[in-house]
Write a protein that binds this ligand. Sequence first.
Ligand code: M6R
Length: 605
Amino acid sequence: MCGIVGYIGKNEAKNVLIDGLAKLEYRGYDSAGISVLNNKITTVKAKGQLANLVKKSKDFNLEGNIGIGHTRWATHGEPSDLNSHPHLTENKKISVVHNGIIENYEELREELKNKGKKFVSQTDTEVVPHLIETFYEGNLLDAVIKATKRIEGSYALGVICEDEPDTVVAVRKDSPLIVGLGDGENFIASDIPAILKHTKDVYLLNDKEFVVLEKDKVTLFDENKNEIKKDVYKVTFDDTAAQKGGFDHFMLKEIYEQPKAIKDTLAGRVIPKERIVLDNIDKDAFQNIERIFIVACGTAYHAGLIGKNAIERLSGVPVDVDIASEFRYRNPILTKNTLVMVISQSGETADTLAALRLSKERGCKTFAITNVVGSSVSREADYVLYTHAGPEIAVASTKAYITQLVALYTFALYLAQDRNYIEREKIESIKEELLTLSDKVEKSLENSKISKEIAQKIHKETDIFYLGRGMDYAVAMEGSLKLKEISYIHSEPYAGGELKHGPIALIENGTVVICLNTNKELRGKMDSNIKEVVTRGAYIVGVIPESYTDNLETYNTIIRIPDTDPILSPVASVVPLQLIAYYVAIEKDCNVDKPRNLAKSVTVE
Ligand code: M6R
């Protein structure tokens, strides 16, 4: 969703801001804008791609070493030049960028209008500069602190003021914001890639921490204006991790990074014949856990479905999986012996975060699987297991999903080792198998040509079905989501046995059905389900293990995946589905990395 960059230093702010905003494009946006301060504040805003802003900027004098920039994903008010950020006071002396939602903006707007403030946009954000102005008595930090006391909702704010030409003030609450520490220059940004070109030293801000950014100094305050000290976090990846590295798209690059991401996520945690160790988690942390809820959205939810299967089968602990936006409103039964596990690539998804907070309020232990160090869920959960996928830029999640699976298997085995639910030898054999997954994904990737050929055949379809049983069904859901989100083809995943209860009515001559059939125990039943659609004229694409030799004539096209323990098969079987979605989107000339209407990190409920 929205992206913020702020800069003060020795370089032209405009260039730093535009470059930083380009690095945040992956978050999804529909307009962009910048304000640069040089005696006066000059602001340029443009609807659409960043290129429009760059073009428009040429008509303005934007020289100056201090500024704020923003990419907007519209919530309140349509995408337009006027609704784009930054938003300013009428006299243009205070300029603000905002990520989040001001929930009480209507009330504040009325109040401010009654005080004579003029509004020009339809946004919730516009109340913020006016509010800051009403509190401004010569100190921008004081005014921002006072203004935030009146604001309900979520916000990351970057503020500049004509009367304080050496300062950027920033604050966050329930929206991401980091501070980059440079040499004679300092930064704020919604995410690390925006500033990585300049520095790897950052402060990861907590809620209601205020920042005063100066050229040579960064000072942090709490809401009572007490100065606070913070450790510098050293970013472990570099600028190249957030670049395409020779691939046409981030998504393809990220698909090919999966073998490494798997290895990195297992490193130091799963070692043959040794106990699994989870970073900073006490051996007895989950001893009393009787039930687990996995709560997540989208792809992370699909990973949770696989996690449920793995945890129940390996440790015997019952698991429920919930869509985060549903979880809070169904009054879940949570006790002190319940573990609520949230899964989130970004660690900032609003619904997931709200579910985590509810669980904490109800006294449960909480556990987060996330890819972003210092993200909200990582800071708020009792325990954290990081996936080491590296920055995921494409909106369609691939390497984050696969590492979520690996983290869930690791967690399931971790629980299993103290529960005596399955034999020790079985735990050991799955551990060993887990360590081969990186190579198996590598092998699946070598087959990419077949996925490309299938994409060339099916890209003109308007409806595509995905079919599977057990874990294959959960993978079918993920494959279907990938196709929908980047190729805009309508697609439905179904459990093999469910088709004849209604959806089989949709199958006609030539309907494409992508069938996952990877589990020996379910194969007989799945073969029958496939025959049911073949009889009705479906075109069958099969995703099957190398060793499977029966009923091959049922499939029109076959994609082979390496054999593995059925519990772990999703890791290899999802790869051809990711590639099919990618190549279909390419055939259709879609914007693969930034699909329409979608944002990478969904920070509104
Ligand atoms: O950052 P999160 O993992 O919490 O994001 C959850 C979903 O928004 C995300 O997985 C979404 O479904 C992806 N676009 C799927 O590719």
